[in-house]
Design a protein around this ligand. Structure first.
Ligand code: NAD
Length: 557
């Protein structure tokens, strides 16, 4: 498909508006003040818009001027969400042109605050809500969506929103934000993206008592009733949108792992908190090794937090080490965990099956600092949701036995980070190789400016999704995430490493997502999981599929 065809407004079976004013109220078709004189006449818009015909650049200037004048990020979030509801093309132009400035607003950390305030900032519904009261009706609900041409679904049940816990139906901000990034970072067409929240209730008493809360007023359903709802959902989406990619997002970990295991073999699905995080952290680790000069097999990685993120990261490290010739047991030896009950060691009670391979011989140890002093890790990775748990003593200890300690504080949002960039750099005299989940500003230390990496899953999942969509992959495998991580790590330039970055700048995100999509597509073909034939020019084909936020000329299309 050519780029021009890609931009056709009715490409995704959206009916064109009929009456003049409907063009202005339909975000897929609306151009606002950029409708041309010819379009205003042809579509019945004369007089319904101010006389000056704006260029898109003028519209972007207006949006960004207002954006920068807002008093806080939550107001910015509301402004930009309104724009998305009004004029999708302009929204993506603004986001793509200003990604570094907009990403922390449409995604972490501001999206976390927006989810906490969802009931009060709610204006217009976006996506689909399926509640436990809808059991038996999910197929009918999906028929209410205006197109069958859906390629990517992000679904949450709102139980573990970022590191903020159970936000119930208010978690909808997450699928909406993630799908905006699918388009902004990898050019998946916006009308092919569908955010879904499965509302099974919430155990968050504050929300249940808030008259503005938008979800069901009930405690979470669990067990067979919950599983039956998810099963009905998975069957219904595959029937309505055959081959659709389903990304599970921010489910509580008692459901996330088992749902991934249940569905990964029978649907095109993955869990971003486990697999996406695993890949982005692995890429950061591989880049960090280019700075520290070590080999992955020689590292001792200590992870704080043994949940979805921590297990996803360790799983990917192990997979790479096994690719490099270690046995699984040897590979697991390189990873240690401290969770809420202390160091995970052999013989500790009640270890679940995910933790067992990482339970090594060691005396029980309840304290992270003691564990660090004993194990002497080369890399310390935080994925615990516990703010400030990397104390000065801990970071200094890391600096004592490592010339270049690798310290990743991945917990989101910013308020939950295990330490700040400034702390990691200051307490190691600028020697730490640091990355975080939410963005931190550059830090100048001893006259040298260090730029912290943001281990944002947005480096990975949009490119993976693009590769999956462009090949019609029937499944998403762990090998695809390893390929994505390696592609990401290979793109970082020496000049970026020299600044302390372990990820390429966000300005390069389209190049990054494209390269990841090509790498993932190659893996899809290698595993024979494609349902579409291999194009002669794979990179060129994938590039041609990437949405560009440009206005069509409705007098010609
Ligand atoms: P999770 O609920 O699955 O796991 C949390 C883990 O932290 C559990 O193992 C728990 O035992 C442990 N924990 C809790 N309190 C602790 C304490 N005091 N000391 C040590 N460990 C403790 O959550 P998750 O999905 O793994 O996410 C964890 C954090 O990682 C969140 O803040 C999330 O936002 C962040 N995260 C970041 C990225 C990223 O940066 N790319 C991606 C995914 C998740």
């Amino acid at each position: 498909m050519t780029t021009a065809e890609n931009q056709k407004p009715n490409r995704h079976n959206r009916a064109r508006p009929v009456k003049g004013v409907d063009w202005l109220h339909n975000p897929v078709f609306n151009k606002g003040t950029a409708f041309t004189a010819a379009e205003r006449d042809a579509l019945g818009l004369r007089g319904l818009l101010p006389p000056h015909i704006s260029t898109m650049e003028e519209q972007v200037l207006r949006v960004m001027t207002n954006f920068r004048n807002k008093p806080n990020d939550l107001e910015r979030y509301v402004q930009i969400a309104d724009l998305q509801d009004r004029n999708e093309t302009l929204f993506y132009r603004v986001v793509m042109d200003n990604l570094e400035e907009l990403m922390p607003v449409i995604y972490t950390p501001t999206v976390g605050r927006a989810c906490q305030e969802y009931g009060s900032i709610f204006r217009r519904s976006r996506g689909i809500y399926i509640s436990s009261k809808d059991a038996g009706q999910i197929d009918a609900i999906l028929h209410n969506w205006p197109t069958r041409d859906v390629k990517v679904i992000v679904v949450t049940d709102g139980e573990r929103i970022l590191g903020l816990g159970d936000l119930g139906a208010s978690g909808m901000g997450i699928p909406v934000g993630k799908l905006s990034l699918y388009t902004a970072c990898a050019g998946i067409h916006p009308t092919q993206c569908l955010p879904i929240t499965i509302d099974v209730g919430t155990n968050n008493a504050t929300l249940l008592n808030n008259p503005l809360y938008t979800g069901l007023r009930q405690e979470r359903i669990r067990g067979a009733e919950y599983d039956a709802l998810i099963e009905e959902f998975m069957v219904a989406v595959e029937k309505r949108f055959p081959g659709v990619l389903v990304q599970f997002e921010d489910f509580g970990n008692q459901n996330a792992f088992r749902l991934l295991e249940k569905y990964r073999g029978r649907a095109c699905t993955f869990n971003d908190d486990i697999q996406g995080t695993g890949a982005v952290a692995l890429a950061g680790i591989l880049s960090a090794l280019r700075i520290t000069g070590g080999k992955l097999r020689d590292q001792r990685v200590l992870l704080l937090g043994a949940g979805e993120a921590g297990m996803g990261i360790a799983g990917n490290i192990v997979n790479v080490l096994v690719e490099e010739g270690l046995t699984p047991a040897e590979a697991c030896q390189r990873c240690w965990f401290v969770d809420s009950k202390g160091l995970i060691v052999k013989g500790r009670d009640h270890l679940n099956e995910h933790k067992l391979p990482y339970a090594h011989e060691h005396a029980p140890c309840a304290d992270l600092l003691f564990a660090i002093k004993s194990i002497k890790p080369t890399m310390l990775v935080g994925a615990s949701g516990q703010a400030k748990s990397f104390t000065q003593e801990i970071i200094k200890a890391m600096g004592e036995f490592n010339q270049r300690p690798v310290i990743f504080a991945l917990s989101n949002p910013t308020s939950k980070a295990e330490c700040t960039a400034e702390e990691a750099y200051t307490w190691t005299e600028g020697r730490a190789v640091f990355a975080s989940g939410s963005p931190f500003a550059p830090v100048t230390i001893n006259g040298r400016t260090l730029v912290p990496g943001q281990g944002n899953n947005a480096y990975i999942f949009p490119g993976v999704g693009l590769g999956v969509v462009c090949t019609g992959a029937r499944r998403v495998t762990d090998a695809m995430f390893i390929k994505a991580a390696r592609a990401l790590a290979s793109l970082i330039r020496e000049s970026e490493l020299a600044e302390g970055r372990v990820y390429p700048t966000l300005q390069r995100i389209h190049e990054v997502s494209h390269a990841i999509a090509v790498a993932v597509a190659e893996e899809v073909f290698a595993e024979k999981l494609n349902s579409q034939p291999r194009p002669a020019d794979l990179p060129g084909y994938i590039r041609s599929q990437m949405f560009k936020p440009e206005y069509p000329d409705y007098c010609k299309t």
